[in-house]
Write a new protein. Structure first.
Length: 289
């Protein structure tokens, strides 16, 4: 992002400062496209709505972690929300530009393994999954919010209605998800733990086993200190500093030019079938006239 998205990031920062200096300014007023002009008639979502949701989540999670119910030190929660807040900007820029979503679950669990092995205690592998969920949701929740706001922008839906639909959907979905999880644990626990074999082979618990294996590897067995002891060099991995080199050489060099008068399109590669003879003759006759 520093190499290729400096201008877009700076322009976004300038627009944010303009809205902060002008009370009541809207994002849609800073753009002149037709969709933004139509969106100006709707009220923006106030910042205190997001702050209220964050406050509710913050108080509940800090309370649960302080009671020792989530197997992680309380100070790692602040690291999780801090790293999540930092990663939102570059991951959001990458996703908006290329529609590519960079998975960060493994990085979060590696970071937790580093922190867990630097202090005594807190070696429960469940802690890695809890930390990854907290740090990862900082980005994933922002991504879903941006996606829904973009759909609402295209469909001319007020931003406040989109925000309410997200909160309302969460209030409906969370109790249902919890009820389903309790039903699975009460009725399929033996299948998930391997104590019994499911005759239909549907409840195998493969995802749970994969997550537990990765958490045990990063927190209890390998940890990040021993993971990179073997200096394995791959010919397929680019050397450090490659993005900086590409960005530095891209700016002074001219754009590539090919000796063609126009770019080949799908029409050139897949030409339409020829017209009937009578239609061609009529068209040529009209053209001559």
């Amino acid at each position: 992002m520093i190499c290729f998205g400096r201008k877009q990031a700076y322009d976004s920062w300038v627009k944010i400062r303009e809205r902060m200096s002008n009370k009541g300014a809207k994002i849609s007023e800073q753009y002149g496209d037709q969709l933004s002009i139509l969106q100006r008639s709707y009220k923006e979502v106030p910042a205190w709505w997001f702050g209220l949701l964050f406050g509710a989540s913050f108080v509940s999670l800090v309370t649960i972690i302080a009671l020792g119910q989530l197997y992680i030190p309380i100070w790692t929660y602040f690291v999780a929300i801090g790293t999540g807040a930092v990663l939102v900007v570059p991951l959001g820029w990458l996703y908006a530009l290329s529609n590519f979503q960079l998975p960060i679950g493994t990085v979060n669990e590696l970071l937790y393994g580093l922190m867990a092995n630097s202090v005594s205690g807190h070696k429960n592998p469940v802690g890695a999954s809890v930390y990854g969920s907290i740090a990862g949701n900082a980005w994933y929740r922002a991504q879903y919010n941006l996606q829904d706001m973009k759909i609402g922008h295209y469909m001319h839906i007020p931003p406040r209605d989109v925000f309410f639909s997200q909160v309302f959907g969460s209030f409906l979905g969370i109790p249902i998800n919890y009820a389903v999880i309790r039903w699975v644990l009460d009725t399929k626990a033996d299948y998930l733990t391997g104590k019994a074999v499911d005759p239909s082979h549907q409840w195998t618990g493969q995802e749970l086993v994969s997550n537990l294996t990765m958490a045990v590897q990063y927190v209890m067995i390998v940890s990040i200190f021993r993971l990179f002891v073997l200096r394995i060099k791959s010919l397929l991995s680019p050397p450090p500093g490659t993005p900086t080199f590409v960005s530095a050489t891209h700016l002074p060099l001219p754009a590539p030019r090919f000796p063609t008068r126009r770019h080949r399109s799908d029409i050139d590669l897949f030409p339409p079938p020829p017209l009937p003879a009578r239609q061609i003759s009529a068209m040529e006759h009209d053209h001559l006239l």
